[in-house]
Design a protein around this ligand. Structure first.
Ligand code: LLP
Length: 444
């Protein structure tokens, strides 16, 4: 099955085991909800990407999928570069001693403070999204007397086959300089006129969780043809092309995403063919995978609580997580699979709906899944939960974000501590003036 590519297995005690550790025991030791990450599988995925791209360029892990200090450190250990999209992600990487030169800074509305931080830290590439940013970077770089290497984010006008919310390369998109209306060409011209900017190349990203490879090929083709136009107009050969991320992963047993090397080969072949016909040198490529590196390594672990049966309608099984640690089902209608970690090989006995504990009817993690009979205290483990979950978690309903542990070879390391009520209350203030009012009222 799709979910056992890493160290996950079912042991002789009928328990799900990851990194050589029993998931029910991890749940008892660290509490639930808990995110368990298979460290070996993350490393294996990094190596897969590195090998597949070795002759063509760089892999910059998209931190937005899962960004913590330990994760940034692991990415550096594995020899990958890093794609960040905010001052927060950048600060996390720098706090983990990630070399700034290996950082790509994306994002569609970077603030002056974020740009200053990035330029001062001397990140490798700033990926410029719009004209305002181009001006701001030039100004900051001039003041700091620095040269800044940039890529221009273009919007190729390609509609990727994925959820509308995570398409990013279509004409009607907030991201990048639009190719179709001449905006992208104007951006090249503007970039070339700036004294403190060095235009190294282009970047695009067409979307995420994409299974079909034809939209990747279409985006590559249209971008190379734009590079050829740039060459004709300015005699300029752009040496770098960053093709973004987007490779889909399996969330359900029957999902059948393309593999890393399928995607890389498709993109490389397309770019090679079209560069050759246009007389362009093959550029250094940058790939920015997020989900495909970290998604399959994550297991969201919940404890079963209340059960509500509505005969003839549905049986709800409530768990101790939900929308606050995984908003994806509510946001995108994403579907998930689950195992009962303490009865891993038991046959399915009933169809249930796994509900979260947020005060929303839409807080359903899995609708209609056949599982062994569930009792309060049982442990549910949902695979493929390593990407865009912990990073998208919130404190809705004032729940605390779960802890994250890396497991490897019989050891478990906490990489993010469980939030506490103290963490939740830390930033809350009651206006001081109200104290006085209260006193005066009491004095009347
Ligand atoms: N590069 C850029 C510029 C991106 O915007 C993204 C993702 C990536 C790379 C990485 O793409 P990946 O390889 O992970 O597909 N929250 C959504 C996903 C949003 C993706 C945003 N950009 C979800 O939960 O499905």
């Amino acid at each position: 099955m799709n979910f056992f590519n890493g160290t996950a297995t079912i042991n002789s005690d009928n328990q799900l085991e990851i990194g050589g550790l029993s998931v029910p025991e991890l749940a008892a030791r660290f509490g639930t909800p808990l995110y368990v990450m298979d460290e070996m599988l993350i490393r294996q995925n990094c190596r897969l990407w590195k090998q597949a791209t070795a002759n063509y360029g760089t892999v910059a892990y998209a931190a937005k999928a899962f960004c913590t200090k330990a994760m940034c450190r692991l990415i550096h250990q594995e020899g990958l570069a890093l794609d960040v999209v905010s001052g927060g992600e950048l600060a996390t990487a720098l706090a983990a001693d990630f070399p700034a030169q290996l950082i790509y800074f994306n994002g569609n509305n970077k603030s002056a403070a974020e740009l200053r931080l990035a330029i001062q830290a001397q990140v490798g590439r700033l990926v410029v999204d719009n004209f305002l940013e181009l001006e701001m970077i030039e100004q900051i770089a001039a003041r700091l007397k620095q040269q800044v290497d940039i890529l221009l984010r273009i919007c190729p006008g390609i509609e990727a086959d994925t959820h509308e919310y995570i398409q990013t390369g279509q004409l009607d998109s907030k991201f990048g300089f639009t190719l179709a209306n001449g905006q992208a060409m104007a951006a090249v011209e503007a970039a070339l006129s700036k004294r403190h900017l060095r235009l190294r190349g282009l970047q695009y990203h067409i979307g995420s969780q994409i299974f079909a490879l034809d939209s990747h090929a279409a985006a590559a083709k249209i971008t190379v043809s734009f590079m050829a136009t740039i060459y004709k107009k300015f005699g300029l050969t752009l040496a770098e092309l960053d093709v973004g991320g987007g490779l889909g992963i399996s969330y359900l047993p029957d999902d059948n995403p393309a593999g890393v090397s399928d995607l890389v080969q498709t993109v490389v072949h397309t770019i090679r063919t079209h560069c050759a016909t246009s007389g362009l040198a093959f550029p250094t490529l940058v790939f920015e995978p997020g989900r495909s590196i970290v998604g399959p390594a994550g297991w969201a672990v919940y404890r079963v609580g209340a059960r509500k049966e509505i005969p003839g309608v549905r049986t709800y099984i409530a768990v101790d997580g939900g929308l606050f640690d995984n908003p994806r089902p509510a946001l995108y209608g994403s579907q998930y699979f689950a195992f009962v970690a303490n009865k891993a090989n038991d046959p399915a006995e009933e169809t249930v709906t796994i509900a979260g504990k947020c005060c929303e009817s839409g807080d359903i993690l899995i609708k209609d899944i056949a599982l062994p009979r569930l009792e309060p205290g049982d442990i549910i483990a949902m695979p493929s939960t390593g990407a865009y979950q912990y990073t998208m978690a919130s404190n809705y309903n004032r729940f605390c974000r779960p802890a994250v542990v890396f497991v490897n070879n019989g050891e478990a390391y906490t990489v993010v501590k469980r939030e506490t009520i103290e963490d939740l209350l830390r930033n809350d203030l009651i206006p001081r003036a109200w104290d006085k009012e209260h006193l005066l009222r009491a004095a009347r």
